[in-house]
Design a protein around this ligand. Structure first.
Ligand code: BV8
Ligand code: ZN
Length: 243
């Protein structure tokens, strides 16, 4: 796999770089992306129908169990070469911001430090009533574990569809996208907002936009470079070619 010399020399000189990642970056760690069909018990559900406050209100046990299964999948998963290549990039670039839509925590487990988890982290659990974080809870087949403080039902500390992102994380992500020289969009279909608008904001501000994805997306036609393929294969070779 070879890269355009213009791209490599630009990346070598860049001082402010942003990488936005989506589920595709964790696909090679064995975690399903949102576009992948769900399997087994979950085949009958679309993630968009489970990752909502309404679904939790309607059937808290179903939603709680879906996240319990995903927490177990994440616990068994390992970061892949794509995650580690982004750790290396953070070490090499003067100012590197990793913005992730993923809630699996694999970037931090790989060693990335400056990570903005736009949609939260499913390993963290909080009370759906008082918001108190829960470090431990009693799993029971009967229902959903309850908050030790107020008895409210516990829920994963993630941003569901129809819920607002944390303003701090979103503002930091917007600022990084506005001021970067290079914006990588990696392993994301670019369908979920406001995360999907970050690449276009970077484009508007004159950043060089590089998309690394298995298939084309709404961003592909506008990106300066589209590196089609698996991020776990492309990123390590790209990082080695630059530095
Ligand atoms: C909000 C956590 C304000 C939960 C997730 C405009 C403005 C604001 C809101 C909206 C808007 N338009 C629409 C909305 C509503 C909604 C939205 O965007 N809906 C979509 C479906 C149209 N947005 C929201 O609700 C957001 N809230 O803005 O608040 C507000 C408040 C009240 C009322 C209205 C607005 C909150 C969105 C966050 C939702 N939570 N996750 C959980 O995970 O359980 S989103 C979840 O899905 C992920 O976090 C991720 O963001 C998204 C999945 O997308 P991807 O990561 O891109 O994954 P996907 O499978 O789609 O694609 C993977 C790609 O990788 C593919 O292209 C594939 O080809 C590629 N690939 C696969 N393997 C590899 C690979 N590439 C490289 N290598 C490989 N190996
Ligand atoms: Zn509570």
């Amino acid at each position: 796999m070879d890269f355009s010399p213009a791209l490599l020399s630009f990346l070598r000189k860049a001082r402010r770089v942003v990488a936005l990642t989506g589920a595709g970056v964790s696909q090679e760690s064995g975690l399903r992306t949102f576009r992948d069909a769900q399997t087994g018990l979950w085949a009958q559900y679309r993630p968009e129908d489970l990752a909502t406050p309404e679904a939790f209100r309607r059937n808290p046990k179903l939603v709680w169990d879906w996240y319990a299964m995903r927490r177990e999948m994440v616990r068994l998963a390992e970061p892949n070469p794509g995650h580690f290549a982004l750790v290396e990039m953070e070490k090499r670039v003067f100012e590197f911001t990793l913005i992730t839509q993923n809630v699996d925590g694999l970037h931090r487990r790989a060693g990335s430090v400056n990570v903005l988890e736009l949609h939260g982290n499913l390993q963290q659990v909080k009370c759906s009533v008082c918001g108190e974080a829960a470090a431990a809870w009693e799993e029971s087949d009967l229902g959903v574990p309850q908050c030790a403080c107020c008895g409210g039902l516990l829920r994963p500390d993630v941003v569901w569809f129809g819920e607002s992102l944390s303003q701090d994380a979103l503002q930091a992500a917007l600022q990084a996208a506005r001021t970067c020289e290079v914006f990588f969009s990696i392993g994301t279909s670019g369908l979920v907002k406001p995360a999907a608008s970050l690449a276009f904001l970077a484009l508007e501000r004159g950043a060089l936009v590089v998309e690394i994805n298995a298939e084309s997306t709404p961003l592909t036609g506008k990106a300066d470079f589209f590196l089609q393929g698996k991020s776990g294969e492309i990123l390590p070779v790209l990082v080695k070619a630059i530095w």
